[in-house]
Design a protein around this ligand. Sequence first.
Ligand code: 13P
Length: 252
Amino acid sequence: MTTRPYIVGNWKMHGTRAMLAEARAIDRAAERLLKVEVAIAPPFTLIHATRKEATLIAIGAQDCHPAEGGAHTGDVSAAMIKDAGAGFTIVGHSERRADHGESNALVKSKAHAVIDAGMNVIVCVGEIEAERDAGKAESVVTRQLKGSLPEGEDVAVNVTVAYEPVWAIGTGRTPTPDDVAAMHRHIRGVLNKFYGDAGAEVRILYGGSVKPENAAELLCADEVGGALVGGASLTAESFLGIIMAAAEGERD
Ligand code: 13P
């Protein structure tokens, strides 16, 4: 498996074809940054076009429906996403859990659909601020992981976990690198129990207000295998700042 840092841009509900220029610029620069694995998850409507514009970086989706197909107006299946050119799909983002009432069980069924379609999956977990204040962050994340992760040691190789404390998303606030490291070590322990030996191979990304200015300190925290980036992934300039920070950290 690769040990390169994995930097994923989640464009959320941003982007029309005008944004393809950003994807192109990121892709061109990624060519020079071989120490980092770079990916973008644009909205569904841009997956195919982004795949054509950007040939080096990975392209993924932000969600999918768990069923293979059928009468589900407005939904998109994992197979359709793969067909559009994606290689991975994010599931269980806190915005979907909050805005669409997604349960752990639903997230797990989506994760299995993604893997069955032949893609990798990024499973998101993270506590809200009140849960952290109450000292429950680790137990909340444990419950989310156990309920949302796809099962089977053989699928671990296709799984990435993203730890995104909800209170850090889009707020400019982040946990300290020590708090990030503590949570990532905790997640590693849960993964080792859940997947056995294969749990050691699962990458754990940090997400929540990652910017070029704070990327280096967050990325070098223990057990942090990369970042899931929202706002700062929307322009090539800021996203490349994060990618370069990740590349610097890889220098001996
Ligand atoms: P921000 O980087 O905008 O805080 O978003 C993080 C996120 O939710 C990525 O999935």
